[in-house]
Design a protein around this ligand. Structure first.
Ligand code: HEM
Ligand code: HEM
Length: 336
C-alpha cells in the first residue's frame, strides 16, 4: 500500500489559514475605507504616518469622535492588514513547498505597502484624484488576498482536471469577461463617487458620462452573470458559486438604486408624479451612509467573487491561460 503523503496532505495549512485571516480583515477595511469617503472624513487628519502627531497605535482613538474616529479606525485596520501580510509572508516562506506561492505572498506584502502609501499621499497632498485611485487599488489588494486563499486551499491542490470541452472553455472565457466587467464597473463607480468633488471644468461632464456608463455596465453585468450561472449549472461546475454570485448582484442592484435615491433623489420625470423626497442627502444619516458604503463594499465583493470563480475554472479545466501565456514552465509549477 502506498503510504506517501499526497500533495493535498503535504500542503501548508497555516499559509491557508493566514490567507483567510488576511482576506477576512480586508473586507471590513474596504467597508470602513468606503465609510471614510461617504462621510467625507478623508482629510480628518492633515498628517501621515502619524495621526495628529501620534504614531498610529498610540492615538487616543477611543476618546476621538466623528471624522477622526472613522478615519483613524481605517488607518488601524490598514495597519492590521499590513501586520497580517507580514505574518503571511513569514508563514508561507517557512511552510509552503511551492516557490511560486511563496513569491506570491511577497506580491501581497508589496500590495499592502503600496496601498498604504497611496492612502497616505492622498492625505499629505490633499489630492482627490489619489483618493479615487486608492479606491480602485483597494479592491485589487483584496483580490490578491482572495487568490492566495484559493491557491493555498486543499481544493486547488487535489482537484482532478475535468475533460475540456467547447462548452467548458466558453464558461472559462465568460467568467474572465465577468471579472473584467466587474472591475470596470468599480472604476466607473469610483468616478461617479469622486468626480462631484473635483474642481476641474470637466468634472460635470465626467460625472454625467460615468453615471450613464455605470447603469449600462450594471445591465451588462446582470446579463453576463445570469448566463454564467446558467452555464455553471449546465456543465455541473461551481453551481453554488454561480448562484451565490447572482444573489450578490441582486443585492448590489438594490443597494445601487438605494444609493442613487438617498444621494440624488428621484429623477425629474418622477418628481412630477411623486413630488420631491424629503430625506435626500441628510448630513450624518447613519442609514444613508450604510446603504452607500455597502454598495461600495459589495462591489468589491462581486469583483473578488468573479475572480475566484474564474481562477477555479482555470484550475478545474487545466487551462492556466494567464500563466501559460507568461511562462509555460511556471504553468507546470502552478499545476501542482
Ligand atoms: C491595505 C490597506 C488599505 C486598503 C485596502 C484601503 C482601502 C480603501 C478604500 C476601498 C477606500 C474607499 C475609497 C472610495 O470609497 O472611493 C479608502 C479610503 C481612504 N483611505 Fe484607505 N485603504 C488602506 C489603507 C489606508 C491607509 C494606510 C491610509 C492612510 C492614511 C488610508 C487612507 C484613506 C483615506 C484618507 C481614504 C478616504 C479618501 C477620500 O477622501 O475619499 N488608507 N481606503
Ligand atoms: C452590478 C451592478 C453594480 C455594481 C457592481 C456597482 C458597483 C459600484 C461600486 C464598486 C461603486 C463605488 C466605487 C468606489 O468608490 O470605489 C459604485 C458607486 C455608485 N453606484 Fe454602483 N454598482 C452597480 C449598480 C448600480 C446601479 C444600478 C446604480 C443606480 C442607478 C448605482 C449607483 C451608484 C452610485 C450613485 C454610486 C456613487 C456613490 C457615491 O457617490 O457615493 N450602481 N457602484
Amino acid at each position: 500500500m502506498n503510504t506517501e503523503p499526497t500533495i493535498a496532505e503535504n500542503r501548508s495549512k497555516w499559509a491557508h489559514r493566514c490567507a483567510w485571516l488576511l482576506a477576512c480583515a480586508t473586507f471590513p477595511l474596504i467597508w470602513v475605507g468606503g465609510l471614510v469617503t461617504t462621510t467625507d472624513a478623508g482629510m480628518a487628519f492633515r498628517d501621515w504616518l502619524t495621526s495628529d502627531g501620534y504614531l498610529m497605535p498610540f492615538y487616543p482613538w477611543f476618546s476621538s469622535a466623528g471624522d477622526k474616529f472613522v478615519e483613524h479606525g481605517h488607518r488601524l485596520l490598514g495597519m492590521t492588514a499590513g501586520l497580517l501580510s507580514i505574518a503571511l509572508v513569514l508563514v508561507t516562506w517557512r511552510t509552503e513547498p511551492r516557490s511560486w506561492v511563496r513569491k506570491f505572498s511577497l506580491v501581497i506584502l508589496a500590495g499592502v505597502i503600496l496601498q498604504g502609501v497611496i492612502g497616505g499621499m492622498r492625505v499629505v497632498l490633499d489630492q482627490r484624484t489619489l483618493a479615487l485611485i486608492h479606491g480602485c487599488t483597494g479592491p485589487l489588494f483584496f483580490a490578491l488576498c482572495a487568490a492566495m486563499v484559493v491557491f493555498t486551499s486543499r481544493w486547488w491542490q487535489s482537484v482532478s482536471v475535468e475533460v475540456e470541452t467547447d462548452s467548458r472553455r466558453k464558461v472559462l472565457r465568460l467568467s474572465i469577461l465577468c471579472v473584467a466587467m466587474a472591475y470596470a464597473q468599480l472604476v466607473v463607480g469610483a468616478v461617479v463617487r469622486h468626480s462631484p468633488y473635483m474642481l476641474s471644468e470637466t468634472a460635470g461632464a465626467l460625472f454625467q458620462s460615468a453615471v450613464y456608463l455605470h447603469v449600462l455596465l450594471a445591465l451588462l453585468i446582470v446579463g453576463h452573470v445570469l448566463l454564467l450561472a446558467w452555464r455553471c449549472f449546465r456543465n455541473r461546475l461551481q453551481v453554488a458559486a454561480g448562484i451565490g454570485l447572482v444573489a450578490l448582484v441582486a443585492v448590489q442592484l438594490s443597494l445601487g438604486l438605494g444609493t442613487w435615491l438617498v444621494k440624488y433623489g428621484l429623477p425629474n420625470w418622477a418628481t412630477t408624479m411623486f413630488g420631491e423626497m424629503a430625506f435626500v442627502n441628510r448630513e450624518a444619516d447613519f442609514l444613508q451612509a450604510t446603504i452607500i458604503t455597502s454598495h461600495v463594499a459589495v462591489g468589491s465583493l462581486i469583483f473578488v467573487a468573479t475572480l475566484v470563480i474564474a481562477l477555479r475554472f482555470a484550475r478545474q479545466l487545466g487551462l492556466g491561460v494567464v500563466f501559460l501565456s507568461v511562462s509555460p514552465s511556471l504553468m507546470t509549477e502552478v499545476a501542482r
